[in-house]
Design a protein around this ligand. Structure first.
Ligand code: FE2
Ligand code: FE2
Length: 154
C-alpha cells in the first residue's frame, strides 16, 4: 500500500537540508493517516498531531531564519503564510482536544494540502533567491546556516 503522501520531485526544492525537513513533515502526516486507518486511540492521534505541530514550528523558524539572513524580499508574506498554517494546525489540535472533532478523511485531506500546497507554491519561490546568494552549496553542508552567516558582509 502506498503512503498517503508520496514524496516526489514535485515536492523537492532541490536543497537537501530543507528537503529533509519537509520529508519529516510528510512522514508525520503519513504517521497520522496510519494511526487513523489502524484505529489507534485518540491519545495516539493527539500525540502524532502534537509532534507535527512542534516540528512545523521548528521547520518554519529555520526557513524564516535563513530568509532573514539572505534578506529575502518575500519574507513578510512567507512568514504570514507560516503563521496562518500554524493557526490552522493549532485550531485542529484544539478541536481534537475538546472532543469536537475526530480526525477523519476530510481533516486528513486538509493536512495534506496544508503541507503540500505550501511546499509546492510558496517554498519553491525562495529557492532561486537562496541559490542566487550561493546558498545551495552551503546548505548542503550540515551547518549551513552558520556558514552562510559567516560569508555575508554584515
Ligand atoms: Fe517549508
Ligand atoms: Fe515555508
Amino acid at each position: 500500500m502506498g503512503q498517503f503522501i508520496e514524496w516526489s520531485d514535485a515536492l523537492s526544492v532541490g536543497i537537501d537540508e530543507i528537503d529533509n525537513q519537509h520529508k519529516q513533515l510528510v512522514g508525520l502526516v503519513n504517521d497520522m493517516h496510519e494511526a487513523i486507518q489502524t484505529r489507534q486511540s485518540a491519545d495516539v492521534v493527539r500525540d502524532v498531531l502534537a509532534q507535527l505541530a512542534e516540528y512545523t514550528r521548528v521547520h518554519f523558524a529555520a526557513e524564516e531564519g535563513l530568509m532573514r539572513i539572505i534578506d529575502y524580499p518575500g519574507y513578510e508574506a512567507h512568514r504570514a503564510e507560516h503563521q496562518e498554517l500554524i493557526r490552522g494546525v493549532t485550531e485542529l489540535q484544539q478541536k481534537v482536544d475538546a472532543g469536537k472533532s475526530t480526525i477523519g478523511f476530510e481533516l486528513m485531506h486538509f493536512l495534506k494540502s496544508w503541507l503540500t500546497d505550501h511546499i509546492m507554491w510558496s517554498d519553491q519561490q525562495y529557492v532561486e533567491c537562496f541559490i542566487d546568494v550561493g546558498a545551495k552549496a552551503e546548505i548542503k553542508q550540515k551547518s549551513w546556516a552558520g556558514r552562510l552567516r559567516d560569508r555575508l558582509p554584515i
